[in-house]
Design a protein around this ligand. Structure first.
Ligand SMILES: Nc1ncnc2c1ncn2[C@@H]1O[C@H](COP(=O)(O)OP(=O)(O)OP(=O)(O)O)[C@@H](O)[C@H]1O
Ligand SMILES: [Mg+2]
Length: 254
């Protein structure tokens, strides 16, 4: 932890990164999620356990219906487990009530969606500003302009979504997710609607954020060409983890 580092360690970014990687931010213990539809029960997650360290960038892969979005909804505090525990930054989220869960989600989680989910009649600036307006934030202008600059969109701040390319709209989506300085960034198929070039640009932005700020990132993807840019690939099948492989992430070049 940063608080335990000596001055000479702080001056060595490589040491700091190792410290960050040893610090669990997410711990999932025997998590099961069952959806009930009338008399039918769907076991979407079956006894899943893993730990994610602060500063990791991870992809979650698996066929359609395997439980990837269900897992993301739980990690993002949008839904609760049917059994098992979920700890986010040491807090047992699985024991929380709806309003506490919403508060944690608001403070700690940034979401990026496949379909961007932008307000169509609002500018890039207004879309990014919106989460701050709901939360009594200070320094709004600085926060919005910083987030837009982090995704390289300073010069498109006053464009509406229809005046932006798909890749640029997704960059607005990322800026909106970043503006409240979340602990984790969750992206469910962030490149799913993009051509490979725009998809690579999105991955470059996400990878740079991870490497430069130590932001913990979890990406659901069907594409191995996206997963290769992450440090670790967790594969899901029928609600269970079938492999969890660490790798040296390729660096995105565009
Ligand atoms: N709200 C729900 N109610 C009932 N069943 C659900 C619900 N959401 C998901 N399921 C079921 O849970 C299982 C896992 O779904 P999930 O959406 O997590 O899959 P996925 O891996 O994200 O698939 P895809 O790649 O198609 O997005 C599926 O069998 C699905 O039909
Ligand atoms: Mg899904």
């Amino acid at each position: 932890m940063a608080g335990h580092l000596a001055v000479e360690d702080v001056l060595r970014p490589d040491r700091l990164r190792i410290e960050l990687l040893d610090n669990p931010i997410i711990k999932i213990e025997d998590v099961t999620k069952i959806y009930k539809l009338g008399n039918i029960e769907v076991v979407a997650l079956n006894n899943v356990s893993f730990t994610i360290n602060r500063g990791e960038i991870i992809s979650i892969m698996g066929p359609s219906g395997s439980g990837k979005s269900t897992l993301m909804n739980i990690l993002g505090c949008l839904d609760i487990t049917s059994a098992g525990n979920y700890y986010l930054e040491g807090l047992n989220v699985s024991a929380m009530k709806d309003n506490q869960l919403a508060e944690i989600r608001n403070k700690k989680v940034g979401f990026v969606f496949q379909t961007y989910n932008l307000l169509p009649r609002s500018t890039a600036w207004s879309n990014v500003e919106l989460p701050l307006l709901y939360s009594n934030a200070s320094n709004i202008k600085l926060k919005v302009s910083t987030a837009l600059s982090q995704v390289g969109l300073t010069d498109r701040a006053h464009h509406k979504p229809t005046e932006l390319s798909g890749g640029q709209q997704q960059r607005v989506g990322i800026a909106r997710a970043l503006v409240k300085n979340p602990s984790i960034l969750l992206a469910d198929e962030p490149t799913g609607n993009l051509d490979s070039e725009s998809g690579n640009e999105i991955m470059k932005i996400i990878q740079n954020l991870n490497r430069e700020t130590g932001l913990t990132v979890i990406i659901v993807t069907h594409e191995t060409s996206i997963a290769k840019y992450t440090d670790r690939i967790i594969s899901v099948l029928d609600g269970s983890i079938v492999s969890d492989i660490r790798q040296k992430a390729a660096t995105v070049t565009t």
